[in-house]
Design a protein around this ligand. Sequence first.
Ligand code: CP
Length: 307
Amino acid sequence: MRHLLSPLDFSVEETNRLLILAKDISENPKKYSKCCLGKKLATLFYEPSTRTRLSFEAAMLNLGGSVLGFSSADSSSAAKGESVSDTIRVISCYADICAMRHPKEGAPLVASTKSSIPVINAGDGGHQHPTQTLTDLLTIYCLKGHLENMTIGLCGDLKFGRTVHSLINSLVRYAGIKFVLISPKELCVPDYIREDVLDKNNIPYKEVEKLEDVMGELDILYMTRVQKERFFNEDDYLRMKDFYILDKNKMSLAKDDMIVLHPLPRVNEISVEVDDDPRAAYFKQAQYGVYVRMALIMTLLEVTLDE
Ligand code: CP
């Protein structure tokens, strides 16, 4: 039995196989509509979510399976003090696989040690968000045709942004990737990403504050939200929240084939006027999230089309 706790739990070969399966699902969804008949997915969400929880549920329903779960800690027995370890032991009796989002870093890892079903980390605090990374990789793979030889700009909250940390960890395994890290100093990437991931793997990168200065260099621009829920101090959040706003003027500086990604939800960091630009791919990205989670559920349950 396997879990998915970090994007690095899958080798590059396994990740590529999963992306190829997800692409085939996106092109032939009906072919997969009975793959998980009789299987159940539990979604254990201790933190708010729209895309991750509902795309997991859509994915299992698209595969012919069923879903159960809770969407907030308050509506589960966590509100009465039940531990994650006890909860997962119980859920293992009810479901075949589960996706867990938790505000505490490492909670899905703790759950996996007590679980008898595969546990998928659906986001743990400011740590990792591996299924968002698989979504991002599938979007880039489908829209660009490859995952190598690209300059990727990551913009916004690079300190607390778990999607950014997971994406960097994953993309450094592909050849010819360069990063441009665009953030105010207060929200720059943590030292462990700079030293243990980028420097250790000799990945070219630069850190800048102004988005306009680097727009023309980028093949991908990955925008992120300044996350109110991760700040301890309201004043700091208010000072940072509108630091970046991607608008038509800034888009005019970008390459014609650059694509804009965002894990969503957005607040103000992408102006709605950008939504009609053909390079804006963030809503397509949300759709790819369903296909990649279908591929992931099939992979972890070891379900194939033949069955
Ligand atoms: N991208 C993402 O994780 O969105 P949700 O918080 O809505 O799940």
